[in-house]
Design a protein around this ligand. Structure first.
Ligand code: FE
Length: 131
């Protein structure tokens, strides 16, 4: 709650694909090595598939080998929301879209320099715009 963009599940279902809905609104995870943006090397910006909020630049994308699109930093700390996630018997740090609260993925501390962080994102939570 308390997000700039708020919609009911029914409203989200009208604008999202079933896969996008499952991930963004129900905190799902796409199977590794299946996402459409995993091997995308083009220059541009990744935004939230739910609301269009810009999240990551292509210049921060790297190949983590995990099977999910990975970034070492967001466009801005203000574009995302960070939340402790204790589900599935693990303690992880969840990353959500600051504008609509959509679930994007998790962040881990085993990324490359300069941040040492790995933002592990679902392709289905992102839209890519070439620039
Ligand atoms: Fe969003």
């Amino acid at each position: 709650m308390g997000h700039e963009v708020e919609k009911s599940d029914e409203e989200w279902k009208e604008i999202l694909t079933p896969e996008e809905f499952k991930i963004l609104r129900k905190k799902g995870t796409e199977p590794p090595f299946t996402g459409k943006l995993l091997h995308n090397r083009k220059k541009g910006v990744y935004s939230c598939a739910g609301c269009g909020n810009e999240l990551f630049k292509s210049s921060s994308k790297f190949d983590s080998g995990t099977g999910w699109p990975s970034f070492f930093e967001p466009i801005s700390e203000d574009s995302i929301e960070v939340k402790i996630d204790s589900s599935h018997g693990m303690k992880r740090t969840e990353i959500l879209c600051r504008t609509c609260g959509g679930h994007l993925g998790h962040v881990f501390g085993d990324g490359p320099e300069p941040t040492g962080l790995r933002y592990c994102m679902n392709s289905a939570a992102l839209h890519f715009k070439e620039k």
